[in-house]
Design a protein around this ligand. Structure first.
Ligand code: ADP
Ligand code: MG
Length: 460
C-alpha cells in the first residue's frame, strides 16, 4: 500500500528529530507541512522563502539522507511558500518574478543559464548595500564587471574579514559579466574547490584537462585564496593558470581574508605581491551602524517584511562585526515571528539576540552616560566635564554622577576626575542630592528611569 504524504513526512521527521537539538527542530521543522508526494519528490509547505535558504544551508544533508531512507535514493524535497501569509505571497511572487528576469528562459540563452548556475543569484550588485566600509570596493568591482580585462584593475584582489561581503561582491562581478553578455565563460571557484579538483586531476592523471579547462575561461574568480598557503603544487598550477589568463588579457578576481603582505613567509607572498603591482588591492571593512541597519532592512524587504527601524537598530547595534551573523539573526527573527504568530518588535528581537548570545556586552563608560544625559537636557556634553557652576548645568551633572555610581563600577574618585577633576566628596554629595530628590519627586524618578533605559539599551 502506498504511504500517505503525512505518513512519509512523519517518518522523515522521526529520523531528523534525534539528530538536532530540540529548539532547532521546533524552529525549522515543526512549522513545515507536507503537501504532496509524487515520484521521488515530496513537496513541503514553508512559512517563508527564508526557510528554504536556511534549511538548504544547514540541514541539506540531513534531509537528503532521511528522504533516502524513507522514500528512496535520489528522493528530493521541494519547498513551497505558503502564500496565505498576509501579503507575503504577493511579495514572494514579485521577488520570484525579479529573479526570473535575471534568468531569461529562451533556448538561446541556455548558455547564460548554465553559466549562472554556479552563482548565488542573490549575490548581485543590486542587493549589495553600499556604505563607507565597502563603497570603494563596490565601485571598482562594477568597473571591472563592465570592462573585464580592459582596465588597470587586473588582477583585482578584494580582501577583508569573515562575512563582510567578499564572496557577494566577487560573484556580483561574475553575474554582471554574464548578464551583460560581455563574457562567455566565467569560472567562479573557491580555492578549496580548485585544490580538491586539482588533486583529483593528479590522481586520475588528467592535469592537462584541468589546465586547459581553466586556460579557456574569459574570467576567473577564485574565492579565499588564503587556502593556497602551504600548498605548493596547487600554487604552481594556480600561477600557471593565472599567467596564461593574464597574458591573454582575461580578467582575474581574487578574494582573501588578509592583505597580500600577510601571506607571511610563503611562496605565494612574493609571487602575489609582484603580480599585484600591476593590479589593484581593495579591502572591505566592517560596516558602520547605518549600513548594518540598511542591510537588515533590505534583507527583510526581500522577504516581504517591512522591518521597523527600532528593531533594525537594536539588532544592528548588537551584531557589528559580521554581516552573515546579522542575516542569520534576521532569519531567526522572521522564523520566530511566523512560527509563533507574533509581531516583530524589539521584545522579539531581544529574545533572538539573547538566544544567539551574539550581542556584545560593552561595559558602560562614563562618556556614554555623559553623552546621554547631555542629550536629554540638550546641553553640550563638555559642559558636564567643565568647572562651571552654572545652575542649569549643576543638576544634569549631579544626575550623571549618580548614574555612574548606579550603572558602572567606577570609584567615586575616578568619577570625580571625569567630571572636571572634582573630588570624591563632591561626587558623594551629588549622589545624595539625587537620591533625596528621587524620594520626594515623582518626575525625578521618571527622568532617572528614562535615562537608565536609554543608557542600558546597549546592554539589552
Ligand atoms: P565573505 O565572503 O566576506 O565571508 P559573504 O560575501 O559571504 O562574506 O557575505 C556574507 C553575507 O552577508 C552574504 O549573505 C551577503 O549577501 C551578505 N552581505 C555582505 N555584505 C553585504 C552588503 N554590503 N549588502 C548586502 N548584503 C551583504
Ligand atoms: Mg566568502
Amino acid at each position: 500500500m502506498q504511504k500517505s504524504c503525512d505518513h512519509i513526512w512523519n517518518e522523515v521527521l522521526d529520523i531528523i528529530r534525534p539528530q538536532i537539538n530540540e529548539q532547532s527542530f521546533n524552529t525549522w521543522f515543526v512549522p513545515l507541512k507536507p503537501r504532496t508526494v509524487s515520484d521521488n519528490t515530496i513537496s513541503v509547505e514553508i512559512p517563508g522563502k527564508f526557510f528554504s535558504e536556511w534549511l538548504d544551508e544547514h540541514y541539506k544533508n540531513l534531509i537528503s539522507s532521511a528522504l533516502e531512507d524513507v522514500i528512496n535514493q535520489g528522493a528530493s524535497i521541494k519547498y513551497v511558500v505558503n502564500s496565505s501569509n498576509g501579503n507575503n505571497g504577493k511579495k514572494e511572487a514579485n521577488a520570484r518574478a525579479r529573479k526570473e528576469e535575471i534568468i531569461p528562459s529562451s533556448a538561446k540563452t541556455k548558455y547564460i543559464k548554465d553559466n549562472l548556475s554556479k552563482f548565488n543569484l542573490r549575490y548581485n550588485f543590486d542587493n549589495f548595500v553600499e556604505g563607507p566600509s565597502n563603497q570603494f570596493a563596490k565601485a571598482v568591482a562594477m568597473v571591472v564587471a563592465e570592462k573585464p580585462g580592459k582596465t588597470k584593475f587586473n588582477p583585482l584582489l578584494i580582501w577583508g574579514g569573515v562575512g563582510l561581503g567578499k564572496t557577494h561582491i566577487a560573484q556580483a562581478i561574475g553575474i554582471h559579466g554574464i548578464e551583460n553578455k560581455s563574457l562567455k565563460t566565467v569560472s567562479y571557484v573557491s580555492s578549496k574547490q580548485f585544490t580538491m579538483d586539482f588533486i583529483s586531476a593528479i590522481q586520475s592523471k588528467r592535469t592537462k584537462e584541468f589546465s586547459s579547462f581553466y586556460d579557456k575561461v574569459d574570467m576567473l574568480i577564485v574565492d579565499d585564496i588564503e587556502f593556497f598557503i602551504g600548498k605548493e603544487s596547487t600554487q604552481e598550477q594556480f600561477f600557471h593558470t593565472f599567467n596564461t589568463l593574464h597574458l591573454k588579457g582575461k580578467q582575474i578576481v581574487l578574494t582573501s581574508d588578509r592583505p597580500p603582505r600577510e601571506f607571511s613567509g610563503l611562496d605565494i607572498e612574493e609571487r602575489l605581491t609582484s603580480r599585484f603591482q600591476n593590479g589593484l588591492v581593495v579591502d572591505i571593512k566592517a560596516p558602520d551602524l547605518e549600513t548594518r541597519v540598511a542591510i537588515l532592512k533590505r534583507k527583510a524587504g526581500e522577504e516581504g517584511v517591512n522591518l521597523d527601524s527600532e528593531v533594525a537598530l537594536m539588532m544592528a547595534t548588537h551584531i557589528s562585526k559580521n554581516i552573515r551573523e546579522l542575516e542569520g539573526a534576521l532569519i531567526r527573527l522572521l522564523a520566530y515571528a511566523s512560527m509563533m504568530g507574533q509581531q516583530i518588535d524589539t521584545n522579539l528581537a531581544r529574545t533572538v539576540l539573547k538566544d544567539l548570545k551574539v550581542y556584545e556586552t560593552k561595559p558602560i563608560s562614563i562618556e556614554d552616560i555623559q553623552k546621554m544625559v547631555a542629550g536629554h537636557y540638550d546641553l553640550n556634553e563638555n559642559l558636564l566635564r567643565d568647572k562651571t557652576r552654572k545652575q542649569e548645568i549643576v543638576l544634569p551633572r549631579q544626575i550623571a554622577m549618580y548614574l555612574v555610581k548606579e550603572m558602572t563600577n567606577y570609584s567615586l574618585k575616578t568619577t570625580g576626575l571625569h567630571f572636571g577633576g572634582r573630588d570624591h566628596t563632591t561626587v558623594l554629595h551629588a549622589i545624595n542630592t539625587v537620591n533625596l530628590m528621587m524620594e520626594q519627586d515623582e518626575q525625578m524618578r521618571e527622568t532617572i528611569s528614562t535615562l537608565k533605559q536609554k543608557i542600558g539599551y546597549n546592554q539589552l
